[in-house]
Design a protein. Sequence first.
Length: 97
Amino acid sequence: MSEQSASVQGGRQQLPPPSFSLLVATFGSQAMIALGKAPNPLDGKTAVQLDLAKHAIDMLSIVEEKTKGNLTADEAALLESVLHQLRLAFVEVSAKK
C-alpha cells in the first residue's frame, strides 16, 4: 500500500488519533512556522510572525499550567522540552528583528 493510499481512504484523508502529544506538536508546529523556522504548508514560504508565534507558545504555556500534576512523566517532559525549544527560538528570532 502506498503512503498516499494509506493516508486517504474512500476519498477522505485519515487523521491521526487525537492525543496529548499531537496537541503539543500542533501548537509547536504553528509556532515554528510563525518563527520562520519551518515553511508554511499552504504556500511553502517562510515568514516571521512574532505575534502568532507568541500566541502558540502562550497556548502551550496555558496547557502546561492547567495540566500540572495530571500528566504522565513522558507527557510532562515532552511539553517542557517543546516549550523550552520554542522559547529559545522566539528569543533568537526576536533578537534579530
